[in-house]
Design a protein around this ligand. Structure first.
Ligand code: 9WN
Length: 433
C-alpha cells in the first residue's frame, strides 16, 4: 500500500482521520500536515481539510486540538470535555476538545500554495482562493495564542497540557507534571488506546493518563475561559518548540498576507510576534548545552531536560551564524541523528545517550517522521539544503517498510504505535514529490 492509499483509506469525506483505529477523528496539527499530503492528490481536497478544521475554530480564535467526527472510538471523547456546554466560545457542531496544538497551519497553507502554483490553472486558483479564505482565521488564531498564551509578551507561548505540545509524554514535561496531583474526585474512565496498541510500553502510562485527565477537570472548572485556565491550571509551561513554530508560521502568514492584500496592521502584528518569539527561543538556549529550553511558569524555572525540542531555534532561526551551525552539527552529529546505533539517520525524540532514552516509548526516544519533515522543511527554508535532503532520504529509508507508522524504534527500525498514520503518509507524499 502506498502513501496515497493511506490518505484515501482514512478519508471519511470532509476529514482524513489521524489514523484508522487509534485516532478516528481530526487532530489540529495532524490536519495541517495531512493537507500538505492531500495537495499532491488534489488542491481542492487539501483546502477542504483546512476548511473543516477552521469550521471548528472557537469564537475567541482558538483552533481546537481535536475536531470530533461522527464516530466514537477515542477517549477522551467530546462528553468528557463538555466544551459546548461549558464555554460560549466553543462550537456545538462540530464538537471539539478544549485545548489546542502547535500552530503549523500557516506553514501548511503556504506549502499547499507552492504545490498549487506548480500544478494546473485550476490548482493555482484553488490554492490562491484557499489563502484568501483562511488568512483571517489564521490571523485570529495567532492573535489568540499571543493574547492568551503569552499575556505578558515574552515571546514564549505557554501550554496548559502536554497534549498541547503535541509531544505528550516527552521527558520535558516530567517535572511540571509531577506537580499535577489528581484529586480524589477525578471521574473514573477507561482508556481505549491500550486495547489498540498491544505493547503498553509504546504508550503513556496510567499515572500519566490520570494527570492528563485531571487537567481536563481543572479546565472544565474554569469553563475553558482562556485567561482563567492560564491563571489556574496546575500545568503551565512556556514551550520552546511551539514558540519556534509560532515564530516561523507567523512569518509565513505575514508573507502570505502581504502578497494577498491583508490589512497592513495585521501583517505588522505577525511580524512583531515572529520577531519576538524568534528572539525568545534563541535566548532560551542553555549556556552549557546550547539547546533551547522550556520554562516552567508555575515554578519560574528553566527545564534543563535534553530532548529534540531543544533544537527549536533551527525551526525559527535567529541564532548567530556560528551558534546556528553548531546546533545544526549537533542535530546531525553522533549524539542525535548521526548516532552510530541508529538504523536511519533521523533525529530521535531523545538522544540514545540521554538517561531518559526509552527506545519504544512514544515521545521518549522513537523517531517521528512528521517531526523530521518539519526539520527538513525548516532546513530548506534557512538555506541548509544538504541537511534537508539527508532528512528526506533517511526518513524514506525508515518508512520503507510501508507501514506508515506513527513512530519508529530508532535502533531496530521497528514500526511502533498506530499503522497507516495519516501524517506519516502525508509527509512521505510531499517528500516523494
Ligand atoms: C492526544 C494524533 C495525535 C498527535 C499527537 C500525539 C498523539 C493523542 C494521544 O496523537 O496524541 O492528543 O491520544 O496520544 O502525541 O502529537 O497529534 O496523531
Amino acid at each position: 500500500m502506498g502513501a496515497a492509499d493511506v490518505l484515501r483509506g482514512n478519508d471519511i469525506g470532509t476529514m482524513v482521520t489521524a489514523a484508522p483505529a487509534l485516532y478516528p477523528h481530526m487532530w489540529s496539527w495532524d490536519a495541517a500536515f495531512i493537507s500538505i499530503g492531500l495537495a499532491h492528490l488534489g488542491v481542492e481536497r487539501a483546502g477542504q481539510e483546512i476548511r473543516t478544521l477552521l469550521a471548528a475554530q472557537w469564537a475567541d480564535g482558538m483552533i481546537p486540538h481535536i475536531v470530533y467526527g461522527d464516530r466514537g472510538g477515542y477517549f477522551p471523547g467530546p462528553g468528557r470535555w463538555g466544551t459546548a456546554e461549558l464555554s460560549s466560545a466553543a462550537p456545538s457542531a462540530p464538537l471539539t476538545s478544549g485545548i489546542c496544538q502547535p500552530p503549523v497551519h500557516a506553514i501548511a497553507v503556504g506549502r499547499i500554495l507552492e504545490v498549487a502554483r506548480r500544478g494546473s490553472e485550476a490548482d493555482r486558483l484553488a490554492g490562491e482562493q484557499l489563502v484568501r479564505d483562511c488568512w483571517d482565521s489564521l490571523y485570529r488564531w495567532h492573535a489568540w495564542l499571543s493574547e492568551y498564551r503569552d499575556p505578558s509578551g515574552t515571546g514564549l507561548i505557554g501550554v496548559v497540557h502536554g497534549w498541547e505540545s503535541g509531544m505528550d509524554n516527552s521527558p520535558r514535561w516530567d517535572r511540571p507534571y509531577s506537580a499535577v496531583v489528581p484529586g480524589p474526585d477525578l471521574p473514573s474512565y477507561v482508556r481505549l488506546d491500550r486495547e489498540l496498541v498491544r505493547d503498553g510500553a509504546e504508550r503513556p502510562t496510567d499515572v500519566e493518563y490520570d494527570r492528563y485527565l485531571w487537567l481536563i477537570e481543572e479546565m472544565r472548572r474554569a469553563s475553558y475561559d482562556p485567561a482563567k485556565v492560564y491563571d489556574t491550571c496546575s500545568f503551565l509551561v512556556a514551550d520552546v518548540f511551539v514558540s519556534a513554530i509560532f515564530a516561523v508560521a507567523s512569518d509565513v502568514l505575514a508573507d502570505l498576507g502581504s502578497d494577498f492584500g491583508a490589512p497592513a496592521s495585521e501583517v505588522a502584528d505577525l511580524r512583531m510576534w515572529a520577531a519576538r518569539s524568534r528572539a525568545a527561543v534563541a535566548a532560551s538556549c542553555s549556556p552549557e548545552t546550547g539547546l533551547a529550553r522550556d520554562f516552567d511558569r508555575r515554578t519560574n524555572t528553566w527545564i534543563d531536560v535534553e530532548t529534540l525540542a531543544g533544537f527549536a531555534p533551527l525551526i525559527s532561526g535567529g541564532l548567530s551564524p556560528d551558534a546556528e551551525r553548531a546546533l545544526l552539527d549537533e542535530l546531525h552529529g553522533p549524539r542525535w541523528a548521526g548516532h552510530p546505533s541508529l538504523v536511519a539517520k533521523v533525529p530521535p525524540t531523545v538522544s540514545p545517550d540521554s538517561e531518559g532514552f526509552k527506545s519504544r516509548e512514544y515521545w521518549r526516544g522513537p523517531q517521528w517522521p512528521v517531526v523530521s519533515w518539519l526539520f527538513g522543511w525548516a532546513h530548506a527554508r534557512h538555506g541548509y539544503a544538504a541537511e534537508s535532503e539527508r532528512l528526506r532520504a533517511e526518513t524514506l529509508k525508515l518508512v520503507g517498510d510501508g507501514a506508515f507508522s506513527e513512530y519508529y524504534e530508532p535502533v531496530t527500525g521497528e514500526a511502533l504505535g498506530s499503522r497507516k498514520q495519516s501524517w506519516t503518509a502525508a509527509v512521505i507524499l510531499d517528500w516523494l514529490d
